[in-house]
Design a protein around this ligand. Sequence first.
Ligand code: C2E
Ligand code: CA
Ligand code: CA
Length: 758
Amino acid sequence: MKQPTNFRMKSNKTTVIAFAVIVVFGLILTNLSFLYFSYLNTTFEDENRYYLNELSNQMSSSVAKEIKYNFNYLEILYMSAVDEKIETFDKFFAVAEREKDLWNFIDVFVVGENGEIYTSQGDEVMGTGQKFISSIIDERVNSVFLASDANDQRVLIFSKAVDNFSLSGRKIVGISTLYDLNSFEKNINIDAFDKKAKINIMTPNGTLVVSNVTDVTGVGDHNFFRIAEKSAMQNENQIIQMKNDIRENKFGDVVLEIEGKREYVSYSPIGTEQMYFVVSVLVDVVNAQNKLFMTSTYIFLGFVIFIGLGLAIMLYYRYFKGKKEIERIAFVDSLTKASTTQHFILSVENHLRLKHNTKHAIVYTNLDKFRIVNELFGREVGNGVLVILNDIFKVSLADDEMIGRMSADHFILFLNYTNENELIKRFEEWGNNFSDNLRDNKFEISPPVIDYGVYIVNVDEDPECNCQLMIDRAKFSLSGNQISIGTRTHYSIYNPEYNLELMREKEIEDLMEDALKNEEFKVYLQPKYSTDTEEMVGAEALVRWYGKYGMIYPNEFITLFERNGFILHLDHYIFEQTCKLINRWIEEGKEIVKISVNLSQLNFEKANFLDDYISILQKYKVPSKYIEFEITESAIYNDTHRIMEFISRIHELGISCSVDDFGSGYSSLNRLKEIQADTLKIDGIFFKVSDEENKRAYSIVRSIIEMAKNLNMTTVAEGVESREQVDLLKSMGCDLIQGYYFAKPMAVEDFDEQYNKK
Ligand code: C2E
Ligand code: CA
Ligand code: CA
């Protein structure tokens, strides 16, 4: 009788234990999967926000460029009218008509002092009381507004407030152009997120100016902040953050709840026009793909846990198999079947922990201009390209090497590493295979350039084996100097110095004072050539730093020195070295050309800084005709008054002055008239534009040169690199050219050798 009782007791105990194990196990598993999913979710969210920010920055800079161009046009039109002494409407509109096609605007009109509008037909197109009219009459600023034209087409109105201008006896206070919104929108990537992104341009206080969702010309509230505030209480803090960022002219992103739905909102400033670019996308839209993936995985997981637990007692091994299956789904990229980032990281970390004495490289790939492939040929072609690339990588991997796909065109590879040459060989082979396979598969695109960012794994230095950090570093190395292999492959290897940008700034700050004392700063001279005779007739003094890192170029330290004030010492030093040099030339009886020296804006904040400079001039007995000061357009813009005084003082001394980098900001030709500078240096940016922008860029250059002539200013074109540009500038009547085509900046010895032998 005992035995059965015993048996029953035992069996009851087993059941209880089994049940407890199952419950505990189930709880743990549920918790773990919950953690795992929220981890996945935040990673997705981070990635999406990153992409959205990138998109908004990109769009805002192309919009800024477009806006800048349009204001440049208004400026030029106005100056032409003033310079050519145009006094009637007919003549004014004839001038406007001349350039109409080049700038693709629909119409030009002017605004009179009472808000009346004159078009080329002479009559009013729109009623008064429009927003842009009050921006002209009351606020006296440049503005952009959205409106509807006579045919109910949506158009943009660019306006510029003008002074001292009348036509046919009427006082004119503003000039405006009408742009077709479509041609403007071409520059904005509205296809993003299946055209579901809301794209807005607004003023810093939230007034919507342009929007692809609301009709901002219609009735209703068109203030972004107010709309958001009204929409939901919890938006308040986010809006405060946004306003703070905007006040500081920073970009950023927030999540807002609008009409009951959460939206990612990313914003960035558009140039200095006091306007903000805001892109928002419903969180649901962005996450739609992830959500689908997540929910299906979730349901599947729940299902498997359920079944798995039910069967656990009998079929433990089956449960493990089920788990494997889940992993496969959560860990595999659906397009290429490469690992997801999470899986890649887990596998690499496990591998490194087990075998830490082997050498490895983490490689992050980028396809150059891949977005364009998607745009021009469609997503399907883009996907096809990615699959091909993935397959090429995959077949060449050894057993213990791994591949993952992070996002879009970014793969991550975990490779065995012997040396750089072996790595380059593989890159080369992949590049060749990529071209071949694209061709074999009848893709009619030229193979995109592949960039590889490489991080060499050193387990001794990173015993934690933090794979995410390694990937970040591999990715980061792409922002450094890349080495080309042939024409279709670039790579760069992570160098800890890159990441130390901030530390490097600090290091530079620690070194700069000694560097000045030890005369590590050297004067380089870049010749300026006469466009007529093509002979050297002047030069610009540019600083170089020969420190313990070798030569450092000014773009690495000038802005830092402008921030920390050290530029004052440096400018002073360079000026003194230049005077010393001229003094030596005089003593050696050499022929001397005028040397221009850069003056940072900060100098003008220091009272009497000119006195110091004058005493240097006297100390080295340098005749003032050999010196020219270069002051940037932006300095003049920011500090017009003090600079006007400065220029009139140096003119009394016989020193001349040039406006540097003209055209790189919001050119104000009006200011130019006021300040009486002698020379205008046209910024090199006009010679570095794409082919499509070429015509407009040259049209600006031509107008600048004409205008400078009317103001009796000498013109210098900077950054000129080709014969065609020289010939073109010659035909436009530009006086001087400074650029690599004729000569690069050179050490004084080389300058002496080349130009000053005698
Ligand atoms: P910047 O005054 O506009 O000087 C012209 C820059 O354009 C120089 O760069 C010159 O090397 C470069 N450049 C000239 N021709 C060409 C060309 O054909 N193609 C290209 N791609 N570049 C060309 P650099 O010497 O690196 O100077 C950069 C900037 O650093 C200067 O721009 C200037 O703003 C600042 N800087 C240099 N020296 C001084 C200085 O002593 N004081 C101050 N305050 N700023 C300086
Ligand atoms: Ca300069
Ligand atoms: Ca310049």
